[in-house]
Design a protein around this ligand. Sequence first.
Ligand code: 9D3
Length: 251
Amino acid sequence: MTDAADGARWRAWVLTLFPEMFPGPLRHSLAGTALEKGLWALETVDIRAFAGDKHRTVDDAPFGGGAGMVMRPDVVDAALRFARGRCGGAGPLIYLSPRGRLLTQERVKALAGEREVILLCGRFEGVDQRVLDAHEVEELSVGDYVLSGGEPAAVALIDACVRLLPGVVGRRESLDEESFEEGLLEYPHYTRPNLWQGRAVPEVLVSGNHAAIRAWRRKQAEDITRERRADLWARYVAAAGRDKEQKQRVD
Ligand code: 9D3
């Protein structure tokens, strides 16, 4: 019920108890400029508007006891039906949840290729399981730490998708991404001044030797990945092994 750019190539529907959290930080920087240009569109749906009683109740105590509150299935279902009816109906329905599979760049790419996505943000302990079972819901998490609700996760997902939309990021930056997608963390960056607080820029970067610069950056990326991310490193080593084998088969 916000910002409709009718011709937008990509549209995010966000179902939330806090619609005022959107576009939030997405108003600024890249995603914000793209939103103004109509490259994507944002629609927030206030879940509370679908509460049936005069107190606008959206949650209740969990059956079986325990701490916290659970979002009622009838209220969430009404909000979901509204969103599904208003949009093409084909886009994936995603529930941002700490129990979800981890969001990856691969999934982000696929989601950016959709016409629209519906993002359900939970609050309290989450939503009644039956409404998740009744709709075809994909649960996604943005990491193994505890947020107070799905909204910051939805912001992260939208930001990651929007920067992949055509016309949002320049061609040079997209090319940079291809090297990152080899599965390595990035090498360190330096700019002027060459000498800062007694710290000089690595010699090789001012050598003008582009082959040596490329090799140095690759080594740095490999070292950092090995030290910080054993998971990425294992995958990188396995992929490098497969590439080598394939080459040998061709030769
Ligand atoms: C840890 C036990 N529970 C809280 C006392 C479970 C819980 C329920 C709801 C924990 C967090 C939340 C709210 N989080 C999200 O809605 C969420 C989330 C997250 O917390 N971490 C990573 N990704 C996501 S996506 C949505």
